[in-house]
Write a protein that binds this ligand. Structure first.
Ligand code: SF4
Ligand code: SF4
Length: 375
């Protein structure tokens, strides 16, 4: 029999920390509309009973962006309360998938045998994991990224699959761990030691749950100084939106800025950048239940950009922020410079994204001879 309150166990240290150490300084509330509505983390912990599903559910209005954690002068981790609350909500059988049907369907497709593929050749210990979004919106770019990476990693493989971050962030932890855990175990069994990702969300998942597999981003491997057909000296000023999934990865921030400088672009830093970056609005899938809160983030970005074109390195952030301002994916700057210059970059949309991923899979199948398939 379960002792009352044991369901709260993972949350208890975080709740205690907030109760005892939050000074209610308000630093975390400054830009977050969710906290702006519900109050300081201390006020939330005092007012809400996280054993109650009706209180746990407010966690689905938090973008899980981690800005509160990054700015807290007391070193508190308020965002942890909200992801743990989501997990309690799911474990209590209260989660209904209907509100998230679109994103969960997208994830289900990504892990299906129709869309996923493991191209692991003989001698391979490193794979490129482009993720679902970039593969769907920019399949040609993904293929060229793979070929560029392979110049330095001759036995490079490719894995077309979904990291299942949507389930992770929705609090479907057991499901997520089962699906991602099997993938990571398979990769380890095949001798894979390194994964190179194109998507910051995939980075976070591999970093947290990839066990012995090390992860880096494509942007840390690319070299634009000897890239074919590169227009130099763009004479453009750009700002950079760092995706919140990699807010703590200084080496990734630097690598991206290094690429931009290598292309001849002038980078103007915004107030919210690097470790203190903000969510694009898509984080935590808040837009499915509270679009107003999701839009509040992109409105901050729009205001901050002051009309300067913004570059980012996440296909999801690019898509979301593009609804309110001009945003360029760095991959387009590198691989489709003429289209960027002419203002006619095409990023495919559903349902074509699904077709693109199937075509990309076929293309990789013709490029790589895998030593084994994934069962
Ligand atoms: S920044 Fe930290 S101390 Fe300040 S209100 Fe937020 S959680 Fe409390
Ligand atoms: S994780 Fe982001 S959205 Fe959630 S409370 Fe912290 S700052 Fe606000």
């Amino acid at each position: 029999m379960r002792t009352p309150g044991t369901e709260l166990l993972p949350l208890i240290p975080y709740l205690q920390d907030i109760r005892e150490r939050c000074t209610e300084c308000g630093a975390c509330m400054k830009s977050c509309s969710f906290l702006g509505h519900y109050g300081t983390p201390k006020a939330i912990v005092a007012c809400y009973d996280f054993t109650l599903p009706s209180h746990q559910v407010i966690a689905y209005e938090c973008s899980l962006c981690g800005l509160c954690t990054a700015v807290c002068p007391e070193g508190l981790d308020p965002s942890r309360i909200f992801i743990e609350s989501r997990r309690l909500f799911v474990d209590g059988g209260n989660f209904t998938a209907s509100a998230y049907k679109a994103i969960l369907g997208y994830e289900k497709c990504g892990i299906s045998s129709l869309y996923s593929w493991y191209g692991i050749p003989e001698g391979c210990d490193t794979v490129f994991f482009p993720g679902c979004s970039l593969s769907g919106t920019r399949p040609e770019v993904v293929f060229r990224m793979f070929r560029d990476l392979r110049k330095n990693i001759p036995t490079l493989g490719v894995v077309l699959d979904c990291c299942t971050k949507p389930s992770h962030d929705l609090g479907r932890q057991k499901y997520f761990e089962s699906v991602f855990g099997k993938m990571a175990a398979f990769l380890s069994c095949q001798g894979i030691k390194k994964v190179v990702v194109a998507c910051p969300s995939c980075f976070k998942i591999f970093q947290q749950y990839g066990n012995s597999i090390s992860v880096s981003t494509l942007y840390e491997h690319l070299d634009v100084s000897n890239h074919d057909g590169q227009p130099r000296n763009w004479d453009w000023e750009v700002s950079v939106h760092d995706p919140c999934a990699v807010r703590d990865e200084t080496s990734v921030h630097q690598a991206v800025r290094g690429l931009l400088h290598g292309l001849g672009l002038k980078v103007t830093e915004m107030q919210y950048s690097g470790r203190h970056t903000i969510c694009c609005g898509q984080g935590g899938m808040v837009g499915f239940v509270k679009p107003r809160l999701a839009r509040a983030w992109s409105a901050i970005r729009r205001q901050e950009s002051e009309g300067i074109p913004m570059v980012t390195y996440c296909a999801g952030c690019t898509g979301f922020l593009s609804q309110v301002m001009p945003v360029i994916h760095i991959a387009d700057l590198i691989y489709r410079p003429e289209a960027v210059k002419n203002g006619n970059v095409l990023a495919a949309r559903a349902p074509f994204t699904y077709l693109n991923r199937l075509m990309l899979k076929l293309r990789f199948k013709n490029e790589i001879t895998p030593k084994t398939g994934r069962i």
